[in-house]
Design a protein around this ligand. Structure first.
Ligand code: PEP
Length: 256
């Protein structure tokens, strides 16, 4: 049975004190409303990972992710953080290929593949993000666009490692815009991605892999989106910065 997952991507938000307070509140709310069969992940900025990791290790309940990693193990890459360093800290997941990284930092499919492989090499689970632009959606090329991204990265992952990957479908036009994909649009893409995974890695892998939806998800639309058969949870941006809203999304997934 594939895992239900809700992951919060904090992006470049929250000082250490703000991040600790938010983590405390999320943990408290989840203790009051246990959501045992949903894996809850938060991905704070690098600067808060260590103290938040200590808090999570003490309290349990949620898991720690990072928002990116470098593709090399170590070396002269000023300002970068390796997958080894994250794993050493206690991080379990890492978001790879977020559309903001592709857009503002020119990340290509080849780089996304290299980063995912670097994460898998050390035992981190990559949350690999894919989505189409508004132009691609409006011209009916959304399936082809996502297929091409998958073929150049996810579908090249070593078959012995693919079970450790989490996929996130994040239409670029829905991220941070307040305009979410309809449940039908998201379901169509999730089923399509699962078919491509099945063709490459087999039906069992495809059935077991978690495919998250991301893009203006909130407590109001969560239930409709997550009740689709191929949607296994969400990657949540803005709404993950408010503990009550984030936990309401977790509960929406839990209740399905
Ligand atoms: C994201 O950043 O991955 C995301 C889905 O953002 P938002 O929920 O704010 O659209």
């Amino acid at each position: 049975m594939r895992k239900k997952i809700v992951a919060g991507n904090w992006k470049m938000n929250n000082t250490l004190q703000e991040g600790l307070a938010l983590t405390f509140r999320i943990i408290d709310l989840l203790k009051e409303n246990p959501a045992d069969h949903v894996k809850v992940i938060i991905a704070p900025p690098f600067t808060s990972l260590h103290p938040i990791c200590e808090l999570i290790n003490k309290e349990g309940v949620i898991h720690l992710g990072a928002q990116d990693c470098h593709q090399e193990k170590s070396g002269a890459f000023t300002g970068e953080v390796s997958s080894d360093m994250l794993f050493d800290l206690g991080v379990k997941y890492v978001i790879i290929g977020h559309s903001e990284r592709r857009q503002y930092f020119n990340e290509t499919d080849a780089l996304v593949l290299a980063k995912a492989e670097a994460a898998l090499d050390v035992g981190l689970r990559p949350i690999m993000c894919f989505g189409e632009t508004l132009e691609q959606r409006n011209s009916g090329k959304h399936l082809d666009a996502v297929k091409s991204r998958l073929e150049n990265s996810l579908l090249k992952i070593n078959p012995t490692e693919i079970a450790h990957v989490v996929i996130a479908y994040e239409p670029v036009w829905a991220i941070g815009t307040g305009e979410n994909a309809t449940p039908q649009q998201a379901q169509e893409m999730h089923a399509f991605i699962r078919t491509l995974v099945a063709e490459k890695f087999g039906k069992d892998v495809a059935n077991d892999i978690s495919i998250l939806y991301g893009g203006s998800c909130n407590a109001k639309n969560a239930n409709d989106i997550f009740s689709q058969p191929d949607i296994d949870g969400g990657l949540i941006g803005g709404a993950s910065l408010k503990a009550e809203e984030f936990v309401a999304i977790v509960k929406a997934v839990y209740s399905i």
